[in-house]
Design a protein around this ligand. Structure first.
Ligand code: NI
Length: 257
């Protein structure tokens, strides 16, 4: 049987308000054995934990996204740490730096990111890192605060081969979203360089639906399309890819399958 873990979805988003339960059922129907729903601020992190408590196969990550870091208060970070202690919270995320958008100054983003690396250390939980157009600074903070000790994943990886090597050296995993299925995807050319034991699968749903669903609302069940594409690019069967990436995610996030 081919099984998967969707390591990055935003099940709490209002895009799923009409059919959230069916979305989860469809994922289970495609043998997605676990789903990690990701917070982006205090409110979505709370909702992520609620979903994880309600549905057995759903796990949560809690954190302040760089684009939400301007509005993040010290008290928010205290609350994030409290939420993170919940046994169904398997990671701190998504956190990181986003210089593509200017919702928060780089300095503020860096502060909020480094404080959340500290939370990850304190609770010994891995990081789910969002890095957009901020390669150098993200890596610098990861090194400075020894984030490799807790490890985690650079989700929706967008660096080049040299950057990939540095991230791997820092003990991080890599995942790609459905945009890997798009024509002329840079990530598609890079996938062969990722050691199989560091690769995770994700949808980042409701965003970035893979071909042939491109343009539609994405959902965790669509992970099968990204998985098929990646398996083809690497030259292994999808069952093996599903098994290995599931083992990787289970090990990293301490999820029992
Ligand atoms: Ni995301």
């Amino acid at each position: 049987m081919t099984i998967f873990i969707d390591t990055h979805t935003h099940l709490d988003f209002e895009n799923y308000n009409e059919d959230r339960e069916k979305v989860i059922q469809r994922a289970l129907g495609k043998n997605v054995v676990a789903l990690i729903t990701i917070g982006t601020n205090l409110e979505t992190s709370r909702r992520a934990v609620e979903l994880a408590e309600k549905y057995t196969p759903v796990y949560a990550a809690v954190g302040i996204h760089p684009n939400d870091s301007a509005a993040c208060s010290d008290e928010d970070l205290v609350q994030i740490e409290k939420l993170a202690a919940n046994p169904k919270v398997v990671a701190i995320g998504e956190v990181g730096l986003d210089y593509y958008r200017d919702h928060a100054s780089p300095i503020r983003q860096q502060e909020v990111f480094s404080e959340q690396i500290a939370i990850a250390h304190k609770l010994k939980k891995p990081l789910i890192i969002h890095n957009r157009d901020a390669h150098e600074d993200t890596l610098e903070l990861v090194c400075e605060y020894n984030a490799g000790q807790v490890g985690g994943v650079f989700h929706s990886f967008s660096g080049d081969e040299a950057y990939l090597e540095k991230i791997l050296l820092e003990n991080f995993h890599i995942s790609f979203t459905g945009n890997l299925t798009y024509k002329n995807s840079v990530s598609a050319a890079l996938i062969g360089q990722v050691p199989l034991d560091r690769l995770l699968l994700e949808t980042d749903s409701p965003f970035l639906a893979p071909v042939p669903m491109r343009g539609k609302r994405n959902e965790p069940a669509f992970i099968v399309y990204t998985a098929a594409k990646i398996a083809g690019l690497i030259g292994i069967d999808v069952e093996t890819l599903g098994r290995v990436t599931t083992e990787n995610a289970a090990r990293l996030f301490k999820i029992e399958i």
